[in-house]
Design a protein around this ligand. Structure first.
Ligand code: ADP
Ligand code: MG
Length: 351
């Protein structure tokens, strides 16, 4: 990697550069460390997610990339160009917020064309790009309506069309689906993925919902207390959590300690069986007692008190068993087993 100003060379091949390069970014608000030194490279054309609990610094980082907030230290480069001191309008990015702030007195077309009008794009070209964007979000016939004549999901699509019509290099989305109910939200997750594939714009998506992050992202950064705890594909982050925070935040994980070493094992990897039956080859087995059975429809969750004194959660798909005839009832002794290669040793997070 080149250092400093050298990377701004006009002879660099732009497509090889990261779409967004965050270098040593720090931000403190009146004693609160919102970002404690973030380095991050987002690739061109990827669906990238920043995932973390409330207050972990996601919005702050997004706003610094957009230029709405100035970092105390560090740099932002977009396709190799240092924009740290550029105002938002001089950066080729657009932001979609949760409260999508459409102009109520303007039609859908006028709303979608708004950014293009500000940039003095000629009227015919403006209308064409707005219409293409509305088709992209599947609202081709809604251009004449006012925002009040649309549902919440449709308004969010219009906000998305407005951003896409500007043809930014990077689209920043701050919990854009947060206000929608679950079913609509799941629909929009798939829609967003499709739109991102079709337009090929780099998406930087912010959410606190781990399932949303796992379904949508090419890669994700798990954030906590103003820093990135882990960066990787959904598969890497889920299967190989880097530390205790990530293991606990992404899905449910069992945390166990044997011989001074700590590891996680996912509930769906734990196999439950009769203590007297032979241990399957390649499995590590321990004895315990079922303390709780929670029937969840497609799966059943078992809480097991291990002989070690630890608690283990196991998850089993309800393929044919009826909950009523399940021999694994509370108080029953069980053998819990798992493949050692499916455990993951974790580093302890510094507290
Ligand atoms: P997230 O989007 O992950 O919920 P934020 O980036 O909004 O997190 O906030 C990170 C931290 O910075 C929080 O502790 C928050 O209270 C603080 N913070 C964010 N914006 C401001 C602000 N404008 N003034 C003071 N503190 C802020
Ligand atoms: Mg936020």
């Amino acid at each position: 990697m080149s250092t400093g100003e050298a990377s701004a060379s006009t002879h660099t091949d732009e497509s090889a550069l990261p779409a967004v390069d965050v270098v040593g970014v720090r931000k403190t608000y009146a004693g609160t460390d919102a970002l404690t030194g973030v380095d991050l490279q987002i690739r061109r054309g990827e669906f990238f997610t920043m995932l973390g609990p409330s207050g972990s610094g996601k919005t702050t980082l997004l706003r610094i990339i957009a230029g709405f907030v100035a970092a105390d230290a560090g740099h932002i480069r977009l396709s190799g160009k240092d924009v740290t001191r550029e105002p938002p309008y001089a950066r080729n990015v657009n932001t979609v917020f949760q409260d999508y702030a459409l102009f109520p007195h303007m039609s859908v077309h006028e709303n979608v064309e708004y950014g293009l009008r500000v940039k003095r794009v000629p009227r015919a070209e403006r209308r064409r790009r707005a219409q293409t964007a509305l088709e992209m979000v599947r609202l081709p016939d809604h251009g004449e309506r006012k925002p009040a004549q649309l549902s919440g999901g449709q308004r969010q699509r219009v906000a998305l069309a407005r951003a896409i019509a500007n043809e930014p290099e990077v689209l920043l989305l701050d919990e854009p689906l947060g206000a929608l109910d679950l079913k609509l939200r799941q629909e929009m997750q798939l829609e967003l993925k499709r739109i991102q594939r079709e337009v090929g714009i780099t998406f930087v998506f912010v959410t606190h919902d781990q399932e949303e992050a796992l379904t949508m992202s090419d890669r994700l950064a798990v954030m906590n207390r103003g820093r990135i705890e882990q960066l990787g594909s959904p598969h890497e982050v889920y299967e190989h959590p880097a530390n205790e925070f990530v293991a606990g935040f992404i899905g449910v994980s069992n945390l166990l300690e044997r011989d001074g070493s700590r590891f996680t094992i996912r509930p769906e990897k734990v196999v439950l069986g009769d203590p007297s039956a032979p241990v399957p080859a390649g499995f590590h087995a321990e004895l315990g007692r079922i303390s709780d059975v929670i029937y969840l429809g497609s799966v059943t969750r078992y809480v097991i008190a291990l002989e070690s004194g630890e608690t283990l959660i196991a998850l089993r798909q309800n393929q044919e068993t009826l909950a009523a005839s399940d021999p694994l009832a509370p108080e029953v002794s069980v053998r819990a087993s798992w493949r050692p290669e499916q455990t993951f040793t974790i580093n302890q997070s510094e507290a």
